[in-house]
Design a protein around this ligand. Structure first.
Ligand code: 4IA
Length: 406
């Protein structure tokens, strides 16, 4: 409906006039996703002058080909080769090898399976206590009282932050995830009053603020070992504080939403708790917290018959790829028995989510703790959306828990 073939000279592919950062798109992306997937493997978004890909095959292939689809020119809409980023670029997300290889190896060691075994006991006790509280309440807003509470309770402690100022963490993340898109009203609103928030975040990244032994302090240990420089160390701590909260809050929120609207799936999980971990992959596929990311072409490249010139921004629709029926049969169905191997919610290739073990641990423990206590999860009212240029967020989620007979 909104497509046309662009008159030459111009991109050699179909054009869409859709605005993927509009309220209408962000509020309910799935109809738009279908339209974009069906236009062509590669299309031109004339609203922003960027290419887009929404089918699984091309999204996946582009993520794997970091030499052609680079991150060093920014993972947002701005090309760092042309404009200066509003924040100093991430030394993890917004760099390419060889720098990336070095910083990534530090982060993946700190967030390794062995590290998860160390925090598991503390995280578990907190998940159990929180589940006890919310189930006793019966009715809650699952955003304010559960999805935000749990990551904010466990992750900043694991990083080793002090007790003061943690209310800055979610506003900071919200702002950064908005900033990957255009400077629209959604973004502007999130940066109003941002100065003290940004300052607080940067202050927490210095060594003397971080509890010895925590994830943040371990980043500084890598500086001592000569693996990274001081600027890289501080910026990697910032990466943890940017990428580690809003993502998991919405991962938990989307999981609760999925089960509340699919009672048969909660029953299936009750019948077979071995499905807990893979059920989170299905949540991620069905409602991907990180919906989109940009790459920039480092050379002219042909994708499915379309030639993309060098230096072009390409918007990858991870959320659309995860609902592509060319890859996942009946993609609209939330089915925890499906093994959604190859979903793109954590990205793919060298930049695939380095913190995913933390996310997986948090969701596993919350679902496990609820499963022990809850017979039925249901909506107790209409959920509301919170719009973000990158994240699929829920604003409020009224939930009723029916407790298991004791
Ligand atoms: C960083 C993709 C998202 C989860 C993310 C956001 C920020 C950073 C990394 C990942 O600042 O390094």
């Amino acid at each position: 409906m909104t497509q046309s073939i662009h008159p030459l000279p111009g991109p050699a592919c179909p054009v869409s006039h859709v605005d993927p950062f509009s309220d209408a798109f962000l509020g309910d992306p799935y109809g738009f996703h279908e339209e974009l997937r069906d236009i062509a493997p590669v299309f031109w978004l004339d609203r922003y002058g960027v290419y887009g890909m929404a089918r699984h095959a091309e999204v996946q292939a582009s993520l794997m080909d970091w030499e052609t689809f680079c991150s060093g020119r920014g993972a947002g809409i701005e090309d760092f080769a042309k404009v200066k980023s509003w924040r100093p670029p991430s030394k993890l997300l917004e760099v390419d090898p060889p720098i990336h290889t070095r910083t990534r190896s530090v982060m993946s060691r700190i967030l390794s399976p062995a590290a998860m075994r160390q925090v598991r006991e503390t995280f578990t006790a907190r998940a159990e206590a929180l589940a006890e509280t919310v189930v006793a309440k019966g009715e809650i807003d699952a955003i304010k009282e559960l999805a935000e509470v749990f990551p904010l309770h466990v992750f900043p402690d694991a990083v080793g932050l002090g007790p003061e100022g943690r209310e800055n963490l979610l506003p900071f993340g919200n702002m950064v995830f908005n900033s990957f898109g255009p400077p629209n009203a959604i973004f502007q609103e999130s940066v109003a009053n941002a100065k003290p928030v940004v300052q607080w975040i940067y202050d927490q990244c210095s060594r003397d603020r971080l509890r010895p032994g925590g994830f943040g302090s371990q980043v500084w240990d890598a500086f001592d070992a000569g693996e990274i420089d001081a600027d890289e160390a501080a910026t990697l701590v910032r990466s943890m504080l940017t990428a580690g909260l809003d993502t998991t809050v919405n991962g938990i929120a989307n999981a609760i939403y999925a089960f509340a609207t699919h009672p048969d799936q909660w029953r299936a999980l009750r019948d077979d708790s071995a499905l807990i971990r893979q059920s989170f992959d299905e949540v991620l596929r069905w409602e991907s917290p990180v919906q989109t990311f940009f790459r920039t072409t480092t050379r002219e490249v042909e994708v499915a018959g379309t030639t993309i010139p060098e230096g072009q921004k390409v918007l990858l629709f991870l959320g659309a790829a995860n609902r592509d029926n060319r890859k996942f049969p009946e993609p609209e169905r939330f089915d925890i028995r499906r093994r959604p191997i190859g979903h793109a919610a954590f990205g793919a290739g060298i930049h695939s989510c380095v913190g995913q073990l933390v996310a997986r641990l948090e969701v596993e423990l919350i679902l496990t703790a609820l499963l022990k206590r809850v017979d039925v999860i249901e909506l107790a009212g209409e959920p509301s959306r919170k719009l973000n240029n990158t994240l699929r967020c829920i604003g409020s989620l009224p939930i009723r828990f029916k407790a298991l007979a004791a």
